[in-house]
Design a protein around this ligand. Sequence first.
Ligand code: B12
Ligand code: SF4
Length: 581
Amino acid sequence: MKAFQLVLIKPSHYDDDGYVIRWWRAMTPSNSLAAVYGIAADCAERQVLGPDTTIDITVIDETNTRVDVPALVARFRRHDNFGCVALVGVQSNQYPRALDIARPFRAAGIAVAIGGFHVSGCLSMLDGEAVELNACRDMGIAIFAGEAEGRFDSLIADAAAGRLAPVYNYMKDLPGMEGTPVPFLPKRHVERTLGASSSFDAGRGCPYQCSFCTIINVQGRKSRYRSADDVERIVRLNWAQGIRKFFITDDNFARNREWEATFDRLIELREKDGIPLGLMIQVDTLCHKIPNFMAKAKRAGVNKVFIGLENINPDNLAAAKKRQNKITEYRKMLLAWKEQGILTIAGYILGFPADTPATIRRDIEIIQHELPIDLLEFFCLTPLPGSEDHQTLWRNGVAMDADLNRYDVEHVCTAHAKMSAEAWQKIYHDAWGLYYTPAHMKTLLRRAVATGVPVGNLAKYLLTFSTTDRLENVHPLQGGILRMKHPSERRPGLKRENPLLFWPRFAWETFAKHAILAGSIARLAVWQAAIKRAPGAKDYMDQALTPVGDDDETSDLLTKTTGAAAAVAHIKKVAELTHRA
Ligand code: B12
Ligand code: SF4
């Protein structure tokens, strides 16, 4: 019996000091890894390499596990290099690290293939060579662009036969998702992340056309989806290993054509079968207009929702072709989620054309006072390879940062007409502190008590969102508990530090960060207890929680930004015309 060694590695990337970002427990499990593992496990079960060949699958998420290259190379050697290293779900910021991981494997003559958003986005939008794709060709790494469903059998058959092609390009042929192997990770891997929740994509594709978005150029604009039966299978597989919480990773679940059938099935699993589901979904700002969407979300077990708010200046939204985001609807939509007692997390992008440090400060203040958002996450507008924005700059020869490691939507990668790179980068970091002030965190806790949002849950998120950028210099989405580092994991080209200096400094940094964290935990616990016990806590009211009314027209949200007046005039005109009709 032969044993094909399939090693699935989801690479991390380097921090600003050149060390791999790795945690004892990372924030979220990788859905890309779960998707590819599900497909690979199905290949193993079907014995696609023949009845006398097994497929041994190893799963490594570098954000929570160190990649022990020498041990893996030794294992391949024991099997005459019969196998393949698959670099999974590689984003642009992870591409340099992925190549560094691949190098020793290739030097040892081991087959390596790479997939994910960087290679797929580049092959979809650029010339087949940009950005740095030739590095793979030079190293003999097989590039896999597109989705693995229905194609993994032939890829591993090629690897087993020692004839991996340089490029597999399926970008023009997006597969259907119904009935395909479902994303899954064994519990021992899920436990390496916070909260023991798993993930799955119930669908792919989004109908909108935001110019900064890579998703539509990689996964398409047509809604493709798993069936309700597939979703039930995912839930049952996980429930059998004690997992009941899921991040449904669809970028816009509200535009998944099967959202209702999916919710109905999840409601059944929750209400009839008693599986205590806890879900997080991502939606757009118009989902409150879909009849039943929010009420069914609540019944299905949704307790957190991520909303692509992006900005509150209509001029900025128009520049990014995100016209579907209507600031005149923001309060209605957010209050509707509040009515369901669901925690709201909104993404906010800094660096659109009309932004300056002063307008960003003003806009954050407007959000704090007027929008009932619980958590706000900041990102730098980034020309991600695979987006229309990147393609336009690339075609016009406009300068962009040459280091892909920085394309993590936290670093400034191109010029802005009104802000220097330094000012832009600074306001990005400042934004976290401007939003998560002690006063505003208390307001958020008060709003949670008044609207039935689980306060303890919110407090946990407030801790992460208010401290991760400041203490760890990374976005909370790539954060975790207890940062791990090793001198050997420093980016090639940077000096290897003396262990006698490295380890004491690392120990001191870890201690200092945790002392600050302990203070923040204590502070939040005291606030939480006091706010819950305060007389009249349930009746708390402020401008953000006030139902939408005529007063809204004079709010800062609808008067202060450059595009707001035009947006309000447009709404009035539409209302007049529809009234006359
Ligand atoms: C869920 C999610 C997360 C989760 C989990 C990460 C994950 N990848 O699962 C969390 C919250 C942790 C996260 C964090 C971040 N994310 Co994210 N995330 C997503 C999201 C919404 C879904 C990912 C997913 O599951 N897709 C579905 C899977 C099945 O698709 P896939 O990864 O492309 O894999 C398929 C194929 O590519 C192929 N394939 C993949 N690998 C391989 C390998 C081989 C060998 C083969 C043959 C095939 C193959 O087969 C798979 C199945 O069909 C995507 C957007 C999207 N729609 O994909 C953004 C996205 C991937 N994230 C993005 C970014 C920037 C980040 C962060 C850097 C943000 C930040 N600063 O914190 C961090 C990085 C953290 C990390 N360590 O990954 C960007 C990447 C852009 C780019 N071009 O590089 C995306 C595209 C969103 C965007 N803004 O455009 N993210
Ligand atoms: S709504 Fe989200 S997923 Fe859809 S195109 Fe815009 S940024 Fe991309």
